[in-house]
Structure formats: C-alpha cells, structure tokens
Design a protein around this ligand. Structure first.
Ligand code: HEC
Length: 159
C-alpha cells in the first residue's frame, strides 16, 4: 500500500517534470543555437522599430499623438509579441554565443512567456486607445507598453 502510494507520487512528479520541460528543449548544436539567437534578436530589432515613433511622441508632451501611427505601432507590437514564446522555446543557454538573454529565462519560461503576454495585452490596449482617438488614453497606453518592455528586460535581459 505504502509502496503503491510512493510510486504513484513518483510518477506524478515525473509527469510534472515532463510538463515543465515541454515548454523548452535544449539546442542540439551550436549552429541551431546561433540561428535561434539571430532570429529572436531580429524580432526585438523589429519591436524597437515598431515602438520608436510612439516613443518619440512620448518625449514631446506638448504635441498631440498621431492616432494612425499609434495604431500601426500597436498592431505590429501585438503581432511580434505573439512570436516570443516560440522564439524562446529552444534553450540556447549551453552555448557560449553572444546574447543578452539571461540563462534564467529557461528556468522561468512560464514567467517569461507571461511577460510577453502582458506586452501583447498592453499593445491591444494601445490599439483600442488609438481607435478611440483619446489623447490621454493613448499616452497612458503608450507608457504602459514601454513599461512591459522594461519589465521583461529588467528580469531577463543583460545590458
Ligand atoms: C518577454 C520579454 C521581453 C519583452 C516583453 C521585450 N523584450 Fe526586448 N529583449 C528581451 C530579451 C531576452 C532580449 C535579448 C535577446 C538576445 O540577445 O538573445 C531582448 C533584446 C531587445 C533588443 C536588442 C536586440 C538586438 O540584439 O539588437 C531590443 C532593441 C529590444 N529588446 C527592444 C524591446 C522593446 C522596444 C520592447 C517593447 C515594445 C521589448 N524589447 C520587449 C526580452 C523582452
């Protein structure tokens, strides 16, 4: 009886480990890791280009936001943030390839992906604000998007 309980517990533990690992898999070669790192860096470069015009508007508090520009930026950021979980599915931490991604990402993938999700939601809010045309709402939503970038970088990016 006791024995049965223990082996039941052991297989439950095993199932949990398998479930946790299913989020990521280790890169099998340096070349594979290099390609994955290049791909995710490119997405973040695109992310920066997408947010840049809105960031510029945030720096000019006396000028109105251009709703069309805000909407385009929001749509692009939402689309790009949806790619993040897949881009980090491959654990590249075993290879010494230049990256700003902290190895801790692959121990905290659920948290990391939640931060990508938070950014997607902030971008959706920014899109809604752009559609409303409300200046105050656009400014608030834009600040919030910027915070979601910073929140993930603080935890998971080396600078
Ligand atoms: C879910 C986490 C996360 C979010 C959200 C996030 N980033 Fe990043 N970002 C990273 C990580 C991790 C790296 C390092 C990637 C690498 O070097 O492999 C990075 C790298 C970058 C880079 C450097 C790319 C390069 O190598 O040239 C830029 C620029 C950047 N992010 C901009 C942004 C902007 C702008 C936002 C918000 C609109 C944002 N990021 C949101 C995690 C995030």
């Amino acid at each position: 009886m006791t024995h049965l309980k223990i082996s039941g517990l052991a297989s439950l533990c095993l199932a949990l480990v398998v479930a946790a690992e299913a989020l990521s898999s280790p890169a099998v070669s340096e070349e594979q890791a290099r390609q994955a790192i290049e791909a995710r860096k490119q997405v973040f470069k695109d992310m920066e280009s997408a947010f840049k015009p809105v960031g510029a508007m945030l720096k000019k508090p006396r000028e109105p936001f251009d709703a069309a520009v805000v909407q385009t930026s929001a749509e692009r950021i939402e689309e790009l943030s949806g790619k993040i979980p897949e881009l980090f599915q491959l654990d590249t931490s075993k290879f010494a390839i230049e990256t700003e991604a902290r190895a801790g990402i692959w121990n905290s993938l659920t948290d990391f992906n939640a931060k990508a999700d938070a950014m997607a939601k902030a971008a959706a809010d920014m899109k809604a604000a752009a559609q409303s045309g409300d200046q105050g709402a656009m400014r608030k939503a834009a600040i919030q998007v910027g915070r979601t970038c910073g929140s993930c970088h603080d935890s998971f990016r080396d600078k």
